[in-house]
Design a protein around this ligand. Sequence first.
Ligand code: GLU
Length: 282
Amino acid sequence: MRPEGRITRFAPSPTGPLHLGHAYSALIAAERSGPGQFLLRIEDIDQNRCRTAFEAQIFDDLRWLGLRWPLPVMRQSDRLPAYSAALEKLARLGVLYPCICTRGDIRAALSAPQEGVPVIGPDGVVYPGTCRGRDIAQAGANDALRLDMRRALGLAGQVRFMENGPLHHGTHSPDPDWMIANIGDVVLARRDMGTSYHLSVVVDDAAQGISEVTRGADLFDATAIHALLQVLLELPRPSYWHHDLIRDEHGKRLAKRDDARAIATYRAAGATPADIRAMVSL
Ligand code: GLU
């Protein structure tokens, strides 16, 4: 790395067109790299939702915005062996268990009178722990694999990460009890997918040598999970820059399906890259 330079990345999932919010995220990542390096990564583990046409449009829109990145581009669908190796390491540490619960099972368990109001964490409702304690050696091919949060924190201790962005600037050391209650036993390998967002992002940020992860503030709470996985997997720990989210005029976050705000729509209407930068106030 050249002096002062950071290695940053933009990691879109090609499940829809690039919109203003993505452009903002990509431009911030490129700017934060300074004289370092800006990398691109295609997060396409969810093959049911990813489309090559969206991917091609993402490359084209990013180039049009003036961004450049080294080739070849890392693609998560090529990285399944790296994710399996990470899962094996976690299994050896004794912090994974197979889960056979359907969404309906989880809803039913949470509606039991003693459960109280379900807690919503970064991945939705906090898992009630029905399958916790199942032996990983007995995992079926179609089981999801969950992280036993309490055991994982028992091994790793309190995790910490450095946030460089203005929204949450400073060192963060999430309280282990808070993580157990508010994040819980997240899925690290989804059924039929062999991995998950949390596992892949941590393994790949390390493989790409990312020194600062730039992404939307909606992922801030998930960073505690990533910091924990970095300790367990003995990976280098990047610092973070979570940026604000671009919202529509009603204050709602832009969605992938929001074609009105797709970069392609603005391009077709004659907008320039400078217009897009102005729209996201860069
Ligand atoms: N692939 C994720 C998304 O499109 C980005 C995750 C990240 O930057 O950590 O939302």
